[in-house]
Structure formats: C-alpha cells, structure tokens
Design a protein around this ligand. Structure first.
Ligand code: MSP
Length: 593
C-alpha cells in the first residue's frame, strides 16, 4: 500500500478570499468575514514587528521580536515562494516624550539620537539576517503624510473632540494610567514616588486640553470582533486578556499633547499647538509601509500579522483595532504575542547593568546559532531566562553533535567514497512494513522514522500557524535524534560497498538518512538560513528545490522516481556547526566571575 506524504497539501493551498471591509465603521463590522482568510493560501501576507524605541541600544528582547517575525515570514515564503506575495516591515519609533527626554539627558538633538540608535537597529537586523522588506523610521516624510491623513479621516468621521484630559502619565511607557494602576515606591531621596504598577516606571500627573478619541464607542464592535475570531490573538491567554480589558471600563483616549510640552512629534493638522500622541503616530507605521493613503495599501492591509511583546498588547488589541474601525478599516488579521527574556532571573534593565548585547551574542555563537537558540528556547506563553551556559549546551548538542554529526556520518568519504546520493533499494526497504524476504532489512523502527519525517513538514507548518516556533524546532530536533538512531542501528560503517549482499542496503541506509537531512535542512531555513543553505548545498539540493512545494520526502519509498538518486553531493565546506564548549570555555568562566 502506498502512502502519500501528508505535507503535499501545502503546495496546493486554497486561494484565500479577502474582505477589505471598507467602510465597515462601527455599525457594519462583520466578524465572520474578518476570519475568512486562509493563511496558507496564495493570497498576500504582511508581517510586522513592533517599531523599536530609540532611547537606548537594542537588546536581545528586541532581536527576539524581530526573529519571531522573520521566521514566520520566511516560513511563509517557503510555502508561497512568489517574491510579491509576502511583505515584512520593521523600523524605529522615534517621536514622543520618552525620546525627547532621552535626547535631552544625553545632551543631543533628538534627530542625532534617532539617527544613531536607528542605525544600530538597522545594523543589528542586517547582521542577524532579518529579511524585512521595509525599515520605517517615524521621522520620515512618508510617515508624517500617512499619520496626518489618518488623523483627518478620524476627524471627518466625528471621532475626535477637544476636551480637558487629566490623569497619570508614564513617559517611559508612553501611556495614561488610571489611579488603580499606580502605586507608590521610595524614590532616590527616600520619598514615596508614584510609579506604574505594571512596569515600575515613574508617572506624573498631567492635566491639559487635548484631542480625544471616542474609544468608548468601540467596546461592542471590539467585543464582537474578538469573540467572532477566537484565533485572532495567539497564544490564547492573551486573547482572554484582551477580552477582559473590554469587560472593564473603556474610557475615551487622549490622542494629542500640548506642543509646548511635547514638541518632538507630528503636529495635529491645522492646529500646531498640539502634537499627535506617539502611540497613534507609531501604530500608523503599519499603514505607512504599505503605501497608505494611496489606494494600493488596500491589497495588503487585511492580510496583516502583527508580532508584538506582551507589554504592548493593549495598544494592538484594543486601541489600534478601534482606531482602524474608526477610520473605516478592518482590524488586523492576526496578532502574535510573545513574552519576555529575563537575564539570570532578573528583568533586563540599564540600571541593573544586565542588558545582553545581541551583537556580541551573534559574534560568539554565530548568527545562525544565536537565532536557533532564541527561537528554540523562547516560549511565547511565558518569560524565558537567558544565560550563556544554556546557549553553549543547546547548540553543541542539537546543532553540532546531532545535526552536524548526522550529516558527517552520511557524507564522510570513509562511508560514502563515491560522493553521490546513493540509490534506494525497495527490496531492502519495501513500502509495506512487516514483509519478510531474504533482502528485506528494514525494521519496525525504520518505518516509524519514515512516518515521523513524512509528517514533519505538516506538523511544523501547524506549529508555525499557532505561533509555536519552539515546538516546530523541537519536532525537528526529535526527528534528527530518531535519524541518528536509525544510522546507529544499522551501522553503515560496518557494511561493505564491495559485498553484493551489503551494498544495496548500505546505499539505502545512506539514502534514507540523506532524505531526512534534506527535510531538516528545508524546514530549518526560516530559523537558520545560512546553516540550512550549507546543509542543503552539501546534499546537492539546488536553490529551486528548497521550497515546501518541492519537498517530496523519500519518493522512492512511495514508488516515485527520486531526482537526487545518483546525483553528486555538493562540495565539503567543513563542519556544519563547530562545537562551542571548548572554544568558548573562557566565556562561560568570564560570565561566572
Ligand atoms: N515603540 C513601541 C512599539 C510601537 S509598535 C507600533 C515599543 N518599543 S520597545 O522598543 O519598547 O519594544 C519593542 C518590542 O520589544 C516590544 O514587542 C517589546 O515587547 C519587546 N521587548 C522589549 N523588552 C523585551 C524583553 N526583555 N524580551 C522580549 N521582548 C522584549 O514598545
């Protein structure tokens, strides 16, 4: 009986029907239509990272946000390789009181600080192989145009009014807080100072006349949207958190500041005594990068997937969808939320001096090594703790020993002297398990391996859809371990190419192991692009044979020809991933002292 590898469905996904819901406003919003797209289809997809504040240099938490988006986006490109089907934006958030104050504290003009730190983010993302298609800076002219247009739309729809706004404001978090979210902590002088209960950052009392957005009107449409689309916010607990906020008080939102107080921002159109609130300014970046307000943006907007940290969920799950509905657009299609990295059990902060510099990590552990570590160990549902020993241990065991070892075992000239992809022998490994015969050599565990690897691409795709990249990597790692077990079990180094009894089975063992490696290399591309390239190149897999649609695992087993059989392997360019423990021992020691 022939079994068709399960993952073939990936290449034939349905074309998703997209509804723009233009003019849905607050009354006509249909939550059913909002959930009607099929992500795996050949419709367009648009991934975004948050835009990063430029008050301080990037740390590993920022890189993690960008890597999650990058991996999702790269996986999507493997499913739908068309260069025009996927967009991916990142950038820097450069306006607001926080940046204004940071520049003043550093004795710099805001533009100087912005240029400097935005440059650091750009450099980090280049080095970390973040495959974004746009990097936006909110100080760009195209963004000012978009924000002012968006403002004009809200105004023309009667959703902005002027009023006296009073409350606690936290400049570090750039948000207003109700009294219940403020606590008192001893300050430097010993006096009790008001701080945000959630972030611990100082707050100050603000009372001014501002433009106010009628947020309270959007409670019911937002509830309908979230209840009607239970998969919009992933993981689920964050969806519940957003629903919970809607059960609480949802007051109107101040969306401007007095320019005399906040000058570093985009002026309110036709009223330059007021500056637009930095969060409204920042959120509109997602529209700017797809060409808003030009009509073109409409072919990208509803296909959006925002990747964000848990601290900015309320802005993305409540304020942003309400603003979009207010402007006659649909809320974002998906919001993927991740938790934070702590360092040796503590929150990362400049004052604690424990901020981990991502660029030195990329240097120490290699770009692919560090990408693998963050995505393999980072679990969106809860905070993860960083320490150097953990990186060394993981990379040595999974990339150097397990994956690198497997490749080495199947390609080393001792074992594969002809340097080709050997033939698969169906007599040695019949597609029907349990057959007996003189030439049958495959055992029950070997069929289990074939089944596991055959279902791996679909399993991995499902994990990506559920924003569980760490689980996708765990599944790959388990299959790598199983493949090593297969090689160990059949010990090809004990078989002899010269023996007519051994040769077909020796070729089959290597063929199966190389096929498994081809699947692993293909599936690892979104996370470790260079390492996967090295692996696939060593196997002789060409650039056009690396998408998910091309991934026919072990076709000979399923009765089809295999294009790789008999093909020369690619050149040996050295170890796939050198072990770190010896070469990096100094580092672990340095970290402990
Ligand atoms: N500028 C806003 C976002 C505006 S988006 C329209 C902002 N910037 S930020 O620089 O403070 O944070 C950017 C991202 O980094 C957020 O998703 C945040 O959750 C993430 N992280 C900040 N610290 C982090 C960790 N320690 N760990 C993981 N991610 C972290 O918020």
């Amino acid at each position: 009986m022939l079994r068709v590898p399960a993952f073939r469905v990936l290449g034939r996904a349905r074309a998703g029907k997209v509804s723009l819901l233009e003019d849905c406003g607050t009354r006509h919003c249909s939550s059913r239509l909002l959930g009607a797209r099929d992500d795996a289809g050949d419709a367009r997809a648009f991934f975004t990272t948050p835009i990063f504040y430029v008050n301080a240099a990037p740390h590993i938490g920022h890189l993690y946000s960008a890597l999650l988006a990058d991996a999702l986006c790269r996986h999507r490109r493997l499913r739908v390789p068309s260069a025009t089907a996927t967009r991916f934006s990142t950038g820097t958030d450069e306006h607001g009181l926080k940046i204004q104050q940071a520049a003043a504290a550093a004795g710099l003009a805001p533009t100087e600080l912005c240029d400097r730190v935005s440059g650091q983010f750009q450099q980090l993302f280049r080095e970390a192989d973040i495959s974004s298609t746009d990097f936006i800076r909110t100080t760009e002219a195209r963004h000012r145009t978009a924000v002012q247009h968006f403002w004009g739309v809200l105004k023309s729809r009667g959703l902005l009014y002027k009023g006296l706004y009073e409350g606690w404001y936290c400049a570090s978090d750039e948000c207003f807080l109700p009294e219940a979210k403020v606590t008192r902590q001893p300050g430097q002088s010993g006096d009790l100072c008001p701080v945000s209960l959630e972030s611990g950052h100082p707050v100050s009392w603000t009372k001014e006349e501002n433009y106010i957005f009628r947020l309270s009107q959007f409670r019911d449409p937002l509830l309908r949207w979230l209840r009607g689309n239970p998969q919009t916010i992933t993981p689920e607990p964050f969806h519940q958190a957003a629903l919970q906020w809607l059960e609480e008080d949802l007051p109107d939102l101040s969306v401007s500041r007095r320019s005399s107080h906040l000058h570093w921002g985009i002026p309110v159109p036709e009223d330059d005594s007021q500056t637009i609130y930095v969060w409204l300014d920042a959120l509109v970046n997602y529209l700017t990068v797809i060409g808003y307000p030009n009509a073109d943006f409409k072919s990208w907007w509803p296909t959006t997937a925002h990747i964000i940290g848990k601290d900015i969920l309320k802005f993305h799950a409540i304020y942003w969808p309400a603003l979009l509905l207010g402007a006659g657009m649909s809320p974002p299609h998906r919001i993927y939320v991740h938790s934070h990295w702590t360092v040796c059990g503590q929150k990362m902060s400049k004052s604690l001096g424990n901020v981990v510099d991502p660029r030195s990590c990329l240097d120490r552990y290699t770009v692919d090594g560090f990408r693998y570590f963050l995505l393999r160990q980072g679990v969106p549902n809860w905070d993860c703790d960083y320490y150097d020993e953990k990186v060394v241990k993981l990379l040595d065991s999974e990339l150097a020993d397990a994956l690198g070892g497997l490749l080495n075992r199947c390609t080393a000239s001792r074992i594969n002297p002809s340097g080709i992809y050997p033939a698969f022998c169906t007599n040695c490994f019949p597609s029907e398990p349990g057959l007996v015969g003189p030439s049958v050599r495959a055992q029950a565990e070997d069929y289990a391996l074939v089944n596991a690897v055959a279902s791996l691409p679909k399993q991995v795709a499902d994990y990506y859809d559920n924003f569980q990249i760490y689980k996708a990597l765990e599944a790959v790692s388990n299959c790598v371990r199983q493949s090593n077990g297969f090689v160990q079990r059949h010990a090809p180094w004990k078989l002899n190419w010269e023996s007519p009894a051994d040769a077909p089975w020796l070729g089959t063992v290597l063929h199966v192991a190389l096929e498994c490696l081809r699947v692993f290399g293909t599936l690892l591309q979104p996370v470790t692009p260079s390492l996967a390239d090295k692996l696939l190149s060593r196997l002789g897999v060409s650039a056009t044979e690396r998408s998910l649609g091309e991934l026919y695992f072990l076709p000979r087993f399923y009765g089809h020809p295999c294009p790789f059989e008999g093909r020369r392997l690619g050149p040996d360019t050295g170890l796939l991933f050198p072990r770190l423990d010896q070469s990096r021992a100094w580092l672990v020691k340095a970290h402990r002292t």
